[in-house]
Design a protein around this ligand. Structure first.
Ligand code: PLP
Ligand code: COI
Length: 366
């Protein structure tokens, strides 16, 4: 059965932020602090499916105190970026991949699945409408945040019978204010992010709520970020709070780029997936494998692990410089951004910003 196409009702705002104010924001966007003039919403109601698709002025929601999301957190989100291209046009990086992951997250959280083409169209409509908000400097972008939450009012614990899908957009500069300076990480043994059978693979708010206390613990130890270990043995490296991890074994042409395999408890990052391809294109061997804390510490000591970096939509590629844990600390390589890390970073950004050929059809042009 084919789903009928969802028609959008377009209600652009008569009151846009004045050009000068928008330009001031674009000059130093930061991350997730400013939002564009519009948003897209689509409602889902049991028995009726998706309806009332709208492009409308960005505005607060009115929420009933008994809204089910506020109590039981049935909510999912995505993060993807639109980039200004050299000819002035705009292209979104792999929106179909985010749409597919959004469907998988929805399934895990017992929520309705939005068709991929509707997800992509909703993002397109918002970017087209607020195109003036897409920055054009360097690696800046327009970060798109699609999300969905339960909209039913009531306190019964069960899947809601009504949901609201929304897309908002925010101009983005560097996620880490210090740019590509290596970050320090804390290996969390006390807290876990996700256990087998849990929600680690889904992009759902609760995973992030659960991470905050460990993030605070990392900060207490002078670290920027937490690295999560597996729940059962507290031994295997999984990922960071909002990024996947990569390890470079060996050096130069002979290097192998290794990332923790997808075990069901970590988020299958789209940047992670893209880098497996880009690294292969650049001639490196790639591997998805389990990496333990001992492997990391020993590989660091004997020099066989030469570089480590984190990757994600918001953070792009960020080198890891220092590692701290309850059992000791070490510096990765010489503590500076690694050569391969920076090469991969540049290759990824070159595709996204249209400076390199889009060999894999990743850029979705508007
Ligand atoms: N891991 C977590 C927990 C994340 O929140 C993110 C960000 O989306 C990632 C990894 C990286 O995923 P992606 O590359 O799709 O942004
Ligand atoms: C992203 O990279 O899109 C993320 O979701 C990371 C973080 C902002 C939650």
């Amino acid at each position: 059965m084919t789903t009928p196409r969802i028609e959008f009702d377009l209600k652009p705002s008569a009151h846009l932020l004045p050009d000068a104010e928008r330009e001031a924001v674009l000059a130093a966007p930061g991350f997730g602090r400013h939002f564009t003039d519009h948003m897209v919403t689509i409602r889902w109601t049991e028995g009726r499916g998706w309806h009332d698709a709208r492009l409308q002025p960005y505005a607060p929601f009115q929420m009933d105190p008994a809204n089910m999301t506020l109590h039981y957190a049935q909510t999912i989100f995505e993060g993807l970026k639109a980039y200004r291209q050299p000819d002035g046009s705009v292209a979104v990086f792999r929106p179909e991949a985010n749409a597919e992951r959004f469907r998988r997250s929805a399934r895990r959280m017992a929520m309705p699945e939005l068709p991929v083409e509707t997800f992509v169209e909703a993002c397109d409509l918002l970017v087209q409408q607020d195109e003036a908000w897409v920055p054009s400097e360097g690696e800046q972008s327009l970060y798109l945040r699609p999300f969905m939450f339960a909209a039913e009012v009531g306190l019964g614990v069960r899947p809601a019978n009504e949901y609201l899908f929304t897309v908002i957009a925010s101009p983005a500069g560097a996620y880490f204010p210090r740019g590509v300076k290596p970050v320090s990480v804390w290996l969390s043994k006390e807290y876990v992010r996700a256990a087998p059978g849990g929600t680690g693979e889904a992009k759902t708010g609760g995973n992030y709520a659960a991470s905050l206390v460990a993030q605070a613990e990392a900060a207490e130890h002078g670290c920027d970020q937490v690295v999560w270990l597996d729940a059962a043995e507290r031994r295997w490296i999984e990922e960071m709070g909002g990024m996947n991890l990569y390890f470079v074994r060996g050096r130069g042409e002979d290097a192998t780029i290794v990332t923790p395999e997808l075990t069901g408890t970590l988020l299958p990052g789209i940047t992670r997936d893209s880098l497996l391809t880009i690294a292969t294109d650049l001639g490196y061997r790639t591997e998805e494998a389990r990496i333990s804390v001992e492997d990391w510490r020993e590989g660091n000591a004997d020099g066989s692990i030469s570089e480590v970096f984190a990757c994600g939509t918001a953070a792009v590629i960020t080198p890891v410089g220092t590692v701290k844990s309850a059992d000791g600390e070490w510096t990765v390589g010489d503590g500076e951004p690694g050569e391969i890390t920076m090469r991969l970073r540049d290759a990824l950004l070159a595709v996204q910003t249209g400076r390199a050929e889009d060999k894999h059809g990743w850029m979705h042009r508007l």
